[in-house]
Ligand binder design. Sequence first.
Ligand SMILES: *Cc1c(COP(=O)(O)O)cnc(C)c1O
Length: 382
Amino acid sequence: MKDFEDTLAALDRAGLRRSLRMVTPLNGGHVVIDGREFVSFAGNDYLGLRRHPDVCEGASDAMQKYGLGAGASRLLAGTTPIHVALERALAAFTGRERALVFPSGYQTNVGVLTALADEHDVLIVDALCHASLIDAARLAKATMRVYPHAKFTRLRELLERYADRGKRFVVTEGVFSMDGDIAPLAEIARAARDYDAWLILDDAHAFGVLGEGGRGTADHLDVALPQKSLHVATLSKAAGSQGGFVAGDGEVMDVLINRARSFIYSTGLSPACAGGALAGLELFKEGSRRQRLAETATLARKLLREAKADLPEGETPIIPLLIGDVDRTVKLSARLFDEGILAPPIRPPTVPKGTARLRISLSADHTDDDVERLARAVAGAF
Ligand SMILES: *Cc1c(COP(=O)(O)O)cnc(C)c1O
C-alpha cells in the first residue's frame, strides 16, 4: 500500500515514529519485555493498585454478578447497580451532588466539553492541557482560546475580552501530565469566580495522589472550587481500573446524560472496571501508599538532581527530565533500556517542539533501590 508510505517516512526522518511493544506486568512496578525484566517508570499506576487483590476481587465480583460488558449504553439498559454505587461513591468522595462515569477519561472530556459549550460560548484552555481536552475543545462548537501555561494573568485578560459571551469555561488540569507541575488553582478559581465563568478541572494525575484521602489538587492546595465547576478525573491511573468520571451539580449531570454523545453512543463502562474502581476508591482511605509515593518522589528528585539531570521543582510523582533534542532523548531512553530501565522518550506532538524529555512516573510500588538504579543510569547523560 502506497497511500501512507510518505506519512511513515516523514515520521522516520523526524525520529518520531513509534511502535507498540508487548509488556508483561509483574508486581512491584516491574515488567517483562522480550524475556527481560525491567523496572518501569512508564506507568500511571501511582498507588500500585492495578494488581491489588481488593481491586481485582472488586472487578471479578462485579463481573460475576453483572457480566464483563455493560451490554448496552447507559441510557438504555447499561446502568447496573455497580454503576449506581460507583457514581454515588464518587459524588461523596468529591463532595459534589452527583457523578457520572464514562468508559474512559478521554471520552469524559470529549463528552463534557462538547455537551456544555455551544457556539455562543468560549473555552479558555491552558496551553499544556492533555490531548483529550484539546481534542474536546476543538470538537466543541464553542470558540477556543489558549492561554500560556499557568499564566493566570493572561487567563484573566481572555476572560475580560470574552466577558459578553454566553458561557465561558476555564479548562485546566490539577497536575499537568507531562511536566508534573501543579496548577495555580487558587488564582484560576478566583479568576473564574470574578468573571462568572465555569471552571473545569481535570484532576487525572491528582485523584488518589494528592490531598487528604487522595481528594486531589483542590484539597491539596486548600482551594474551595466554585459552585460553577466540574471535577473530572480518570479511574485508569491511581484507582487502578479503567474509565473516567465527572462530578458536579445534578442539573449539569442531567445535561450530560442527555447531550454528551460520547456517553450516549457508547456502551456503558464495563461493570468489572466499575467494581474495580470502587474497590480502588475504598483503598484511597489508606494513607500509607500515598505517603510512600510522596517519599519516593522526594528521594527521586534528590538523587536525579545529584546525577545532574535537568528537572524542574516539583512535588508530584511525575518528574520530567528535560533534554530538548529528540535524538538525544531517544538515545538516553535506549541507554536506560539497555540497563533494564523503562523510561519512555516523550516527543512532539505530545509535548511542544524543543522540549523532548524522559518522563519519569513513580509508583508506591517502586523501591528505593529502583530509584537509585535510575539515578545511577542517568548520571553522566547531562
Ligand atoms: C490520562 C489522562 C486522561 C485520559 O484518561 P483515560 O482514562 O486514560 O482515557 C485525561 N486527562 C488527563 C489530564 C490525563 O492525564
